[in-house]
Design a binder for this molecule. Structure first.
Ligand code: NAP
Length: 334
């Protein structure tokens, strides 16, 4: 079991020196107590060296495996494309390193289950990096709902859209890199509905496609036992409000855009004036998940009690059900 017992800073490593790795590194350095960015690994040593210099990491490696066997890290953040997550996670756990791995967790449910089984076999921490789960706004919204201020949830509307550069080789459009709106951003509307309403009883999905054959637009309707429904949407073709509204029997909560990294929300209880809440979001918003990973490691956990691995399994099952309805099969599955 990987218990962080000493007060020495936890030594983080990063796999894949792309865009999100930069954002995470900025937050780790500025906003995560008792943490240090010790090492970074890239497929290119020059790239890793430049990244390490920029963020004052002590070690740079030209292969992922070299970092894992170097003895320079206590925990790793995997920031590669979705299609690489399965292989990279197994590699890290095999090397005895606890893992925080970017979303989407893998290509399909079988892969996610294999990752979870490996973490159990090795008794090592594993978590999907759904950063939104740890944001102060979400904590506050959950508390308000629990107190019954909006009554029973009856419907959730959530969208996430931006106009992406349609480069067929990019990870957003390339099927080999598990492209498409659903896995990249549609996962956030699905996440919030799952967090607040659980597992849906019924799923209906439609999509339109890019020339490369991945989903450009994806619209999903969900129905839940107990009578609630959800309308969720993602697109790579247009900038949308990227908000979320939770409708209850006594009122509603509107999470301001972009809801997955929000700075606030509006609570409207029927018969009362709306109340606007400004919520904290330090830096880029990635410190909260990293701090919670550190809490879990300190407590000797192999999964996060606030974002259990079963949640990630069910989220992937839902995305796979949606893919089967819209007819999206990734090359690795053919
Ligand atoms: N939580 C969030 O808010 C958020 C936001 C954006 C992205 N993400 C997630 O983070 C992951 C990475 O996204 P990103 O936008 O940072 O992507 P990116 O800029 O393309 O970076 C991904 C990195 O992965 C490495 N890599 C390994 N195998 C690769 C391959 N076959 N093709 C391309 N790159 C490969 C590369 O690093 P090296 O060359 O250094 O090895 C590359 O720079 C995705 O899973 C995405 O969903 C999360």
């Amino acid at each position: 079991m990987n218990t962080q017992t000493s007060t020495k800073p936890l030594r983080w490593g990063i796999i894949g020196c792309g865009k999100i790795a930069v954002q995470f590194a900025e937050d780790l350095i500025a906003h995560v107590p008792n943490a240090v960015l010790s090492a970074v690994a890239s497929r290119s040593l020059d790239k890793a060296t430049a990244f390490a210099q920029r963020f004052e990491a002590s070690h740079a490696f030209g292969t992922y495996q070299a970092m894992l066997s170097s003895g320079t890290i206590d925990v790793v953040y995997i920031a590669t494309p979705h299609a690489q997550h399965h292989e990279n996670t197994l590699m890290c756990l095999e090397a005895g390193i606890p893992v925080l791995c970017e979303k989407a967790f893998a290509i399909n449910t079988a892969m996610v289950k294999e990752m979870v089984a490996k973490s159990q076999e090795k008794q090592l921490f594993l978590m999907e990096a759904i950063w939104t789960r740890f944001h102060p706004a979400i904590n506050q919204i959950e508390a308000i709902i629990k107190e019954g201020q909006i009554g029973e949830i009856k419907h959730i509307v959530a969208d996430f859209g931006f106009k992406a550069d349609p480069d067929p080789a990019s990870r957003l459009f390339n099927p080999e890199l598990t492209g498409g709106s659903l896995y990249d951003i549609g996962i956030y509307p699905l996440f919030i509905s799952k967090l607040l309403l659980g597992k849906p009883a019924e799923v209906k999905a439609v999509a339109t496609f890019t020339e490369t054959g991945v989903d450009m637009n994806c619209a999903v309707s969900l129905a839940f036992e107990g009578g609630a429904t959800a309308s969720l949407f993602s697109t790579l073709a247009a900038k949308t409000d990227t908000t979320c509204t939770i409708y209850g029997t006594k009122g509603k909560i509107h999470i301001h855009g972009r809801f997955h990294e929000t700075f606030g929300f509006t609570l409207t209880v029927e018969g009362q004036e709306p109340i606007v809440f400004q919520t904290e979001r330090k830096g880029n918003g990635y410190s909260y998940e990293a701090i919670d990973v550190q809490r879990c490691l300190k407590e000797g956990r192999i999964e996060n009690d606030r974002l259990p691995l079963q949640f990630s399994i069910e989220l992937m099952e839902l995305m796979c059900e949606i893919r089967s309805q819209i007819g999206l099969v990734y090359p690795q599955e053919k």
